[in-house]
Design a protein around this ligand. Structure first.
Ligand code: AMP
Ligand code: GLY
Length: 423
């Protein structure tokens, strides 16, 4: 088979690595890819926003399957474009990707179908939102409706902070049109867990659990980022919790989407908070998480292409997912200053030390090639994933690995997975 991956981050590098393990793959392309992906696949210089151009390429190259990585093209309907041109594609259509691209939609869906989530109200008028906040209990959580690069959620400790948040989202339009509406949500507490699940529109198969570290700085301080590191599995996610989630969250969500005429085919990412009242959904995403994919895919035993084809063909019930009985920890090496201002274009050294190591994966997020050199090319530069028998071992190995890679302004959190060592 000829396969095309759309995207160019750590998630797509992990997907590319896993797809190449499949015996079904003859040739792998990635648009636009990055320097790391370029070492294992052929990169094609077409941006993820050019859906027709990507479809033209897929048709002219005779691509058998296209896998869409990031949220933006999914929300904008890339799957619909590919399907309308007779191309096989893995990912939800626009009318199903809305589960990520509109928080108002996903909250209303959960309310309508009784799926556990924090209590909330939605507003499309800033004055009404302010009026509601005057009588609210704090802390409270304010979320921009649309996509906001993982930064559209603001936890407000008092009315002044909430007023500022509503102003910046709805009036100053910090996140553009994504802030035309907001969700104002009850503040809930507990360990956070992410589950990625394969879906074929009718069936849903959850993968092993993972936990992200969204804040930029140690001890969950600093700004929200796309994710600074992950581990898998989560010791908080017990069999009992998994059972509950399958019964009351995962399957009901897929059933609800079907009932709404929005069959969900692709990866459903369920962000959960394990509260004293049981698991509650914080958010849905319509794709693999990044860096969650960097710890989950290395532990997956199945042939990824076979599972993706089963999703597209509506026969996921024939698949039995299996994971290695080990643990993985991923530490993101970023450019100092991310997620705000940072410099890029610095040479990355030390990547060769991992060439013969089977228990390490270096998935590139933002790198580019300059002759023989590999340069930093964005905020999150690459992820160092290590596999170990336990989370403790994987964590120690991941941090050992980070010391072997050097670039100017290298920054990382030092506490990825630290809390789990006590578990
Ligand atoms: P989201 O993008 O909706 O997952 O939110 C980003 C982060 O904000 C989550 O990972 C949580 O840490 C936090 N968060 C979101 N919603 C709530 C909530 N209702 N209560 C407390 N924290 C929240
Ligand atoms: N790591 C969180 C996300 O991919 O949305």
């Amino acid at each position: 088979m000829k396969i095309l991956i759309v995207g160019g981050g750590g998630r797509e590098h992990a997907i590319a690595w896993k797809i190449l393990k499949s015996s079904k793959v003859g040739k792998l392309y990635c648009a636009p890819g990055n320097a790391g992906i370029g070492e294992i696949a052929e990169c094609v210089d077409i941006p993820v926003t050019k859906h027709e151009e990507l479809a033209d390429f897929a048709l002219s190259e005779g691509i058998d399957l296209t896998v869409i990585g990031p949220d933006d093209p999914l929300a904008a309907g890339i799957v619909d474009v590919f399907e309308s041109r007779g191309l096989k594609v893995f990912g939800p259509r626009k009318n199903a990707a809305i589960i990520e691209s509109s928080k108002v939609f996903s909250k209303n869906l959960m309310k309508k179908y009784g799926i556990p989530t924090a209590a909330y109200e939605t507003f499309d008028c800033p004055d009404k939102a302010m009026e509601y906040l005057r009588t609210s209990k704090f802390p409270i959580v304010i979320k921009a409706d649309g996509l906001a690069l993982g930064k559209g959620v603001i936890i407000c400790n008092d009315f002044e902070e909430a007023e500022k948040a509503v102003k910046s989202i709805m009036i100053d339009k910090q996140f553009g049109m994504s802030g035309n509406k907001v969700v104002i949500e009850e503040f809930i507490t507990g360990p956070e867990v992410s589950t990625l699940a394969f879906c074929d529109g009718t069936h849903i198969l959850p993968m092993t659990s993972a936990q992200d570290h969204k804040r930029a700085k140690d001890n969950d301080m600093g700004l929200n980022t796309g994710g600074m590191g992950t581990f898998s599995p989560s010791p908080f996610y017990t069999e009992k919790i998994d059972d509950f989630c399958r019964r009351y969250i995962y399957q009901p969500t897929i059933d609800a989407m079907k009932a709404e005429g929005r069959d969900f085919v692709g990866i459903l990412f369920v962000g959960l908070m394990l509260t004293g009242d049981g698991p509650k959904v914080l958010e849905f995403n319509a794709r693999f998480g990044d860096p969650e994919a960097q710890v989950v895919l290395p532990r997956l035993k199945n042939d990824l292409v076979e599972v993706m084809e089963a999703c597209i063909e509506g026969r996921l019930d024939e698949i039995n997912l299996e994971f290695e009985d080990n643990a993985a920890v991923c530490v993101i090496l970023a450019s100092d200053g991310y997620p705000e201002h940072y410099e890029k274009g610095f040479e990355i050294q030390g990547l060769d030390s991992f060439l013969d190591k089977e228990d390490y994966f270096i998935f590139h997020s933002a790198t580019k090639k300059d002759n023989e050199r590999i340069l930093t090319n964005g905020g999150r530069v690459l992820g160092v994933t290590a596999i170990g028998k336990s989370l403790k071992e994987a964590r120690a190995k991941a941090y050992e690995g980070t010391e072997k890679i050097y670039f100017k302004n290298k920054y990382m959190r030092t506490d990825i997975g630290k809390a789990i060592e006590q578990k």
